[in-house]
Write a protein that binds this ligand. Structure first.
Ligand SMILES: C[S@@+](CC[C@H](N)C(=O)[O-])C[C@H]1O[C@@H](n2cnc3c(N)ncnc32)[C@H](O)[C@@H]1O
Length: 219
């Protein structure tokens, strides 16, 4: 089958534990697959934040615990990570997370009104080999795709632990008219994700891109 987008992830079952597998039975209670569903649920909340590629879910879980008035939409294709997050959500009685399990770009395409106050992407898959750079999620097309889904003055926060990915993100921001670069984001001070911790341990630094949406730009 031909996919609309070149996959930006390796579809991973991972080493899924029995309890993660069992937690996946709960997924239908939290699943969102269209912009309309997100719009309906977000009416019960003050803000809506999307985290793309939540991995094992540590970051989204902690944000959701600390901000119960905000709806968090988590996007991930990695089944072990989704199962892990579902278990933690039930254990902590978290009611403000919904999950999308496909390529997030397919969901974003169904959204034609500004839906998100913030979009977060922490350590997107780096695809370090030059021949794989075209698989990287963050590029000019991505900035165009998400622009209409972010509310006026909304936030797009991206961080990567790969220097040459950071350079190409920098370049794509420069080519896109729609975003204002900010000097700081509180996300730079939040708890480290699993991949950020690994990066620091391996001696890589973290490059952050705190952006706000410029209103009425042609992107
Ligand atoms: C390197 S991991 C980082 C996980 C987590 N953010 C962290 O920092 O620990 C990137 C994650 O993004 C997910 N991902 C990549 N492309 C995606 C896409 N198009 N839609 C949804 N998830 C995606 C991958 O499955 C992977 O788990």
């Amino acid at each position: 089958m031909r996919h609309k987008f070149l996959p930006s992830f390796v579809k991973r079952r991972g080493r899924i534990t029995r309890s993660q597998e069992k937690n996946l039975d709960l997924l239908p209670n939290y699943l969102v697959t269209t912009g309309k569903e997100i719009d309906d649920i977000s009416k019960d909340f003050q803000k809506t934040i999307l985290e793309i590629g939540f991995g094992n879910g540590g970051n989204i879980l902690s944000l959701a615990k600390n901000n119960p008035e905000t709806l968090f939409v988590g996007s991930e294709v990695y089944l072990a990570g989704i199962g892990h997050l579902l278990g933690e959500m039930v254990r902590s009685k978290i009611a403000n997370i919904r999950i999308n399990t496909g390529d997030i770009r397919l969901l974003i395409e169904t959204i034609d009104e500004p839906a998100f106050d913030e979009i977060l992407i922490i350590c997107p898959d780096p695809w370090p080999k030059a021949k794989h750079h075209k698989r990287r999620l963050i590029n000019e097309d991505f900035f165009k795709l998400v622009y209409p889904t972010i509310k006026d003055d909304g936030v797009l926060f991206i961080s990567t632990d790969w220097e040459d990915y950071a350079e190409s993100i920098e370049e794509s921001i420069g080519l896109s008219n729609g975003y204002q670069r900010e000097s700081f984001s509180s996300y730079e001070e939040s708890r480290l994700t699993k991949f950020q911790e690994r990066a620091l341990k391996e001696g890589r630094r973290i490059f952050s891109f705190p952006l706000t949406k410029k209103i009425n730009s042609i992107v």
